[in-house]
Design a protein around this ligand. Structure first.
Ligand code: TNX
Length: 516
């Protein structure tokens, strides 16, 4: 089968207002047996409204990108994307010459992430009130460019906006370190699906992955060679590398959210600084995958000096509003100690101008009522979370049996874990963050995040195999107001050749009819 399906060839385009659930609108057929343009509705995540009008636009080497100075950063991304797709190096101009074939970025008064994309015979116009919206429109346009010449885009209009403001992924750099270049490659991929946050898990029992000047042994010891699972790898981000990553992500409208996990998951810090244990004795380094055995010493003042130094330095590195303080699986901390710890630590994040974000266990502490809880459990009820929500806590949904990208797809998957079950594409797709947990209404949900723990993942190839295609399901759960599995699986099947063309080794799920 071709990328677009045999049945779509040579059909006439029709004027069609596409109310969700999306159907694939036949795209204009072209003369000379060339493949039809990509159907206007064939976008992931599904846009809110798609109206095909039967016209089309052709991108040529003489097409110009028109953008005001304020939108120049987005224009640069657009030029890069068109070059990657077509090989053309389009010029960027402030004003279009008369009769020019143009792709225009037009700031208007709509909301920041909303955008409208119109494709007519003379050009493409993307309108948005914010550069993030213009960037979203550019990501849509990328998916509408065919994989091969002629570079014809189907005509019509897309009106689009996100359901949730927070659409995130998480990457564990602690269990296996991943280099800045690998993280950048991941950012390039996720941002194409309008994912706008990257949560980096920067410390755990095995290793510590971010430079902290006031506690230098965290990285000289905790980031040394051999600190990955099974003694593999090691490494850490210097502050300069971290700042560079933050800038790279920001240029793709992705906000980096740093996490330091505490009071559990701290063995690497205690190996480097034995005073962080209650008896002052350094534990042995650990590179196995057990969890829940380490704890900061809740009664010692040095613990809070350490935590405050780390939060202060992280906050200074972080232009984004959030700092994640972990808080999961603190099985070696008594409940009373856990609450006492969080009551001191959650407010420290505010002291340095950031909002506290933590795994859902933090909701045991009243100080979490002004924080954000990340729901990672597998149940549909959680009275502690629901009570916190009633008191003001906001939630990001990452139910492990739906959103965990480190779960195996099925029992034969070579990588990954299975403690939360197997997660095929449809399982990742068929759930609703607004009704998932009793007592957590949509109004309390900021969005979704797909964690990728790296106990079994070493390379970018491993990351991509586990993330794709499932991440696109989570991206659609976070973006699209109403969803339809049949429509999604058709669009996903058509998308596969794009990953192949970019060398992304995705999992070829048997639930999908892959094109090409
Ligand atoms: C649970 S989910 C953890 C991590 C593991 C993960 C593996 C959560 C907040 N903690 O420590 O890496 O399972 O799936």
């Amino acid at each position: 089968m071709t990328m677009y399906g045999r049945g779509m060839r040579n059909r006439l385009a029709v004027l069609l207002v596409c109310a969700l659930p999306l159907t694939l609108v036949p795209a204009p057929a072209l003369a000379g047996g060339a493949p039809p343009a990509v159907a206007l509705g064939s976008v992931i995540p599904a846009p809110v409204e798609v109206r095909a009008d039967g016209t089309s636009f052709r991108v040529t080497p003489r097409t110009v990108v028109v953008a005001p100075a304020s939108a120049r950063p987005v224009a640069d991304r657009l030029v890069e994307a068109v070059r990657e797709a077509t090989g053309y190096r389009l010029a960027v101009v402030r004003h279009a010459p008369r009769h020019a074939s143009a792709i225009t970025l037009a700031p208007d008064r709509s909301g920041g992430e909303d955008y409208q994309l119109s494709v007519g015979r003379k050009g493409v116009t993307i309108r948005s009130g914010g550069n993030s919206g213009l960037f979203n429109g550019v990501q849509t346009l990328r998916q509408l460019l065919p994989l091969e010449a002629p570079w014809i885009v189907a005509g019509g209009t897309i009106v689009d906006r996100p359901r949730f403001a927070y659409r995130g992924v998480h990457l564990d750099l602690a269990r296996h370190y991943h280099t800045p270049d690998e993280v950048k490659q991941y950012i390039d991929e996720i941002s194409q699906f309008k994912v706008n946050h990257l949560h980096l898990h920067l410390s755990d029992d095995q290793g510590w992955r971010i430079q902290i000047d006031s506690w230098p042994r965290l990285t000289s010891v905790g980031g040394a060679a051999g600190t990955g699972v099974d003694g593999v790898g090691g490494g850490f981000l210097t502050k300069a590398q971290y700042r560079d990553l933050v800038r790279y992500a920001a240029a793709r409208f992705v906000t980096i959210v740093p996490e330091i996990d505490m009071p559990g998951h701290v063995n690497a810090a205690q190996v480097a600084y034995p005073e962080l244990t209650c008896d002052g004795v350094a534990p042995p380094p650990r590179t196995d995958t057990a969890v829940g055995y380490s704890s900061l010493c809740i009664g010692k003042e040095v613990t809070y000096q350490f935590v405050e130094d780390v939060i202060r330095e992280l906050a200074a590195l972080t232009p984004g509003p959030l700092i994640h303080i972990g808080g999961d699986e603190a099985h070696a901390t008594s409940q009373a100690d856990y609450v006492a710890f969080q009551q001191r630590v959650l407010p420290l994040v505010g002291k340095y101008g950031k909002k506290a974000y933590g795994w859902n266990e933090i909701t045991q502490a009243p100080a979490s009522h002004t924080a954000i809880a990340q729901y990672w459990n597998t149940g549909r009820t959680d009275p502690t979370l629901a009570a916190a929500v009633a008191a003001g806590t906001k939630v990001i949904m990452s139910p492990a049996n739906r959103a965990y990208l480190d779960m195996k797809y099925d029992p034969s998957t070579r990588l990954g874990l299975s403690w939360a079950g197997y997660i095929e594409v449809r399982t990742a797709y068929d759930w609703d963050p607004g009704t998932h947990v009793a007592g957590v209404p949509e109004s309390a949900v900021l969005g979704v995040e797909a964690p990728l723990w790296s106990e079994t993942l070493r390379s970018i190839e491993d990351i991509e195999f586990m993330a794709f295609p499932r991440l696109t399901a989570i991206a659609e759960v976070g973006w699209s107001p109403s969803r339809d599995w049949e429509s999604f699986r058709t669009r996903l099947g058509a998308y596969g050749p794009r990953w192949t063309a970019r060398g992304v080794g995705f999992y070829p799920s048997p639930q999908i009819d892959w094109a090409g």
